[in-house]
Design a protein around this ligand. Structure first.
Ligand SMILES: Cc1cc2nc3c(=O)[nH]c(=O)nc-3n(C[C@H](O)[C@H](O)[C@H](O)COP(=O)(O)OP(=O)(O)OC[C@H]3O[C@@H](n4cnc5c(N)ncnc54)[C@H](O)[C@@H]3O)c2cc1C
Length: 395
C-alpha cells in the first residue's frame, strides 16, 4: 500500500501499529479475567482506551486521508455487513489482522463437513441429533424454561434449553408468555438487523477458470472505491449499480468439481425489504413472480462477472441455482433472511452484544444473534461461551 500511496506512508504504518496494539490490549484485557484496575485503564490499555467507542471509519480517519485508500483497506466490509461509518472498529480491525497474518480458510468437504464433525462428537458423547425437526415451542413454567415441543408434537425436557434459532423467533414465536419480557423485548427492538444475501451457484460444463487463467479463489468486483455506496446498493437490492463477489472453489483445492468442470458462486449482500412483497406468496408456494425477479437479478450478476472476470461464462453454464433472502429464511429461519444476526454496530457489539443468558431462567442463546457475533470464527466460540455461562450458573 505504501508503494501505491507514498504520501500516506506514515498513516499506513500508524494504522497497522494501532490495529496490532488493539489486538494486544484485547488479549491482555481478556487474560485479566475481569481483574482490571480501572484507574489505570488508559495507561494499561492505551489503544483500547482510545478506540473502544469508535466505528471502523472513526478508527481509520486519524491515519488515512485518501478516500480511495480508505476504500481499499475497508474492502472486506462485506464480511461484516456494515460500512465503515456504522461498523464497530473491533469487528473490522481484529479479523482483518487475522486474515493478513494467518489467511482465510475453507474446509475440505465444504462447510457441511464442519456440521458432520460436530454431529460425530455429539453422538460419541451420547447426544442425539434430529434433522428436519423444528422446535415449535419452548416450555416455560414460573419464569423458567424446562423443555421444548417439536413440530412432530414431541415434548423433550431438559435442565437447560439452549436456543441456536435466531433471537427474534426465540422470543416472538417459540416462547409463548412474554409478559415478563417487556424490557428485554424493548431492547431487542432497538437493535438493527443485518443484511441478507443473494447468491447464484453455478456449475460449468468446462474448466473456464483454467482457460481464462483466473488464479484467485475469491474476488470482490466493485464499481467504485466507496464502501458506503456499496452498502447503499446492497440495502436497496440495487444489483444494477452494485458490485459482485465471485468465489472460485476450484482454486481453493484441487478436485472440488468433477474433472474438467468448475463450481462458482456469485454473491451480493442484500436488504430484505425488496423481497417483502414476494413473502406471502412465497410462503404459500406461489412463486411465479418471485422466480422472475430472481432470474432477472441472477442474469445481471452473471453478465457483470462475465464482463469483468470470466469471458464466456454464460455459454459455459450447465447448472444454476439461485438463492434469495427468502431462500435464506426458508432454510435457516433467520429473521428477514439475515445472515449475520444483529448488525455489529457500536451499540450492539463487544460487551454490548446480546448476552447468552436471557431473562427466562434456564434459557440460553447461542450463535450469531448473541455474543461474540456471526461467522464460523464467532459462532463456534459462541457455543463455548454459552457453555461457560451455563457452568457459571450451575456452580
Ligand atoms: C451465503 C452466505 C455466505 C457466508 N459465508 C461465510 C463465510 O465465508 N465465512 C463465515 O465464517 N461465515 C459465513 N457466513 C455466515 C455464517 O454462515 C453464519 O454466521 C453462521 O452460519 C451462523 O451460525 P448459527 O449457528 O448462529 O446459525 P445458523 O447457521 O443460521 O443455524 C441455525 C440453525 O437453527 C435451525 N433452526 C432455526 N429455527 C429453528 C427451530 N424453530 N427449530 C429447530 N431448528 C431451528 C436452522 O434450520 C439452522 O440450521 C455466510 C452466510 C451466508 C448466508
Amino acid at each position: 500500500m505504501i508503494k501505491h500511496f507514498p504520501g500516506e506512508k506514515e498513516g499506513i504504518i500508524g494504522l497497522f501499529e494501532d490495529i496490532k496494539g488493539l489486538g494486544r490490549d484485547i488479549r491482555k484485557y481478556s487474560e485479566a479475567g475481569g481483574k482490571v484496575d480501572m484507574s489505570r485503564f488508559p495507561q494499561d490499555f492505551p489503544v483500547l482506551f482510545k478506540t473502544y467507542s469508535k466505528t471502523w471509519g472513526g478508527f481509520l480517519d486519524p491515519w488515512i486521508k485518501d478516500p480511495k485508500l480508505k476504500g481499499i483497506i475497508s474492502a472486506l466490509w462485506g464480511y461484516f455487513g456494515l460500512p465503515p461509518s456504522k461498523l464497530s472498529c473491533f469487528y473490522y480491525a481484529i479479523p482483518l489482522m487475522g486474515y493478513l497474518s494467518e489467511g482465510g480458510y475453507y474446509p475440505k468437504g465444504r462447510s457441511q463437513a464442519i456440521s458432520q464433525a460436530f454431529v460425530k462428537i455429539i453422538k460419541a458423547k451420547g447426544g442425539q441429533v434430529e434433522l428436519s425437526t423444528p422446535v415449535e415451542k419452548i416450555l416455560v413454567k414460573d419464569g423458567a424454561a424446562y423443555g421444548v415441543v417439536t413440530g412432530k408434537g414431541r415434548k423433550i425436557t431438559g435442565r437447560v434449553i439452549v436456543s441456536n434459532a435466531n433471537a427474534h423467533d426465540t422470543f416472538y414465536s417459540l416462547v409463548e408468555d412474554r409478559t415478563a419480557l417487556k424490557d428485554y423485548l424493548a431492547r431487542l427492538e432497538k437493535y438493527s438487523i443485518s443484511l441478507s444475501s443473494f447468491q447464484v451457484f453455478l456449475g460449468l460444463k468446462k474448466d473456464l477458470v483454467k482457460s481464462v487463467g483466473l488464479k484467485d479463489s475469491e474476488v470482490f468486483f466493485e464499481p467504485g472505491y466507496d464502501p458506503e455506496a456499496g452498502y447503499a446498493h446492497a440495502l436497496a437490492a440495487d444489483v444494477e449499480n452494485g458490485g459482485v463477489g465471485l468465489t472460485v472453489y476450484d482454486n481453493i483445492y484441487e478436485g472440488y468439481s468433477p474433472k474438467g468442470k468448475n463450481t462458482l458462486n456469485l454473491l451480493v449482500l442484500q436488504g430484505y425489504d425488496h423481497w417483502k412483497k414476494y413473502e406471502e406468496d412465497y410462503r404459500k408456494g406461489n412463486k411465479a413472480e418471485y422466480k422472475k425477479e430472481k432470474e432477472r437479478m441472477a442474469d445481471i450478476l452473471i453478465e457483470k462477472a462475465e464482463k469483468a472476470l470470466l469471458p464466456g461464462l454464460r455459454e459455459a453454464i450447465e447448472v444454476k441455482e439461485i438463492g434469495t433472502p427468502l431462500t435464506n429464511w426458508r432454510y435457516t429461519r433467520n429473521y428477514r433472511g439475515a445472515i449475520y444476526g444483529w448488525d455489529q454496530t457500536l451499540d450492539n457489539s463487544g460487551p454490548s452484544r446480546l448476552p447468552h443468558k436471557t431473562p427466562i431462567k434456564n434459557l440460553f442463546l447461542s450463535g450469531a444473534w448473541t455474543s461474540p457475533g456471526h461467522g464460523y470464527g464467532a459462532v463456534i466460540p459462541s457455543g463455548l461461551e454459552c457453555f461457560a455461562a451455563i457452568m457459571k450458573e450451575w456452580a
